[in-house]
Design a protein around this ligand. Structure first.
Ligand code: C5P
Length: 205
């Protein structure tokens, strides 16, 4: 069984994808980490994320990078959203994600284009969303817990900018696949959102 989970930043898609992977005992890939590893490599080597050739060179990132806690930093997320708009960066990371999705026994992948590009034939597709303000509050609390003190207004502005960049790019823009089930987590607890996700998957498989 292949489960595709897409959605914008701080929608809850990562938490839901991890919970689904546990529930169905499937391997899970957070595809955002790949773009974040490219971004961190760009920053470490003082490359320019806006330059496609620079970003492509960083696709050969060190695998150990994927386990680094710092990939969650906001600057890395923002830079990931810039490098991920380059078609050649998406192409460089495509096969790896497709291979993960195609492994025997199935997999859960989360990202922006899983249901549309990486696994268009997934057995179940979820598009997870929540209002920008609620996502900003979640991200703000998360950043505070990690000792970073951006204002809520700044976090909200960053979320809106990231949504805009991810939705307006020409390659694999953030959008729900036509056959995706929508899951709005705005007013759901984590447990309720996970239960709802499981029922949506059950209804589709
Ligand atoms: O999900 P996460 O916030 O870790 O993703 C970071 C950035 O990577 C996103 O803003 C998006 O631009 C990019 N991304 C993407 N396609 C994916 C996953 C992430 O373009 N499948």
């Amino acid at each position: 069984m292949i489960i595709a989970v897409d959605g914008p930043a701080a929608s809850g898609k990562g938490t839901i994808a991890r919970a689904l992977a546990r529930h169905y005992k499937l391997p899970h890939l957070d595809t955002g980490l790949l773009y974040r590893a490219v971004a961190a490599t760009v920053l470490d080597n003082e490359l320019d994320p806006e330059k496609e050739a620079d970003a492509v060179a960083a696709c050969n990132f060190d695998e150990a990078m994927l386990a680094q806690e710092r990939l969650k930093d906001d600057l890395i997320g923002k830079t990931a959203s810039i490098v991920s708009a380059h078609p050649l960066v998406r192409a460089a990371l495509l096969q790896r994600q497709k291979r993960f999705a195609a492994q025997p026994g199935g997999a859960v992948l989360d990202g922006r284009d899983i249901g549309t590009v990486i696994a268009p034939h997934a057995d179940a597709k979820l598009f997870v969303k929540a209002t920008p303000m609620i996502r900003a509050r979640r991200r703000h609390a998360e950043l505070r817990d990690r000792g970073s003190f951006a204002s809520l207004d700044k976090v909200l502005a960053d979320i809106r900018a990231r949504d805009e960049r991810d939705s307006s790019r020409s390659q694999a823009p953030l959008r729900a696949a036509e056959d995706a089930a929508l899951l709005d987590t705005s007013f759901l607890s984590i447990d309720a959102a996970v239960q709802r996700a499981i029922s949506l998957v059950e209804a589709r498989t």
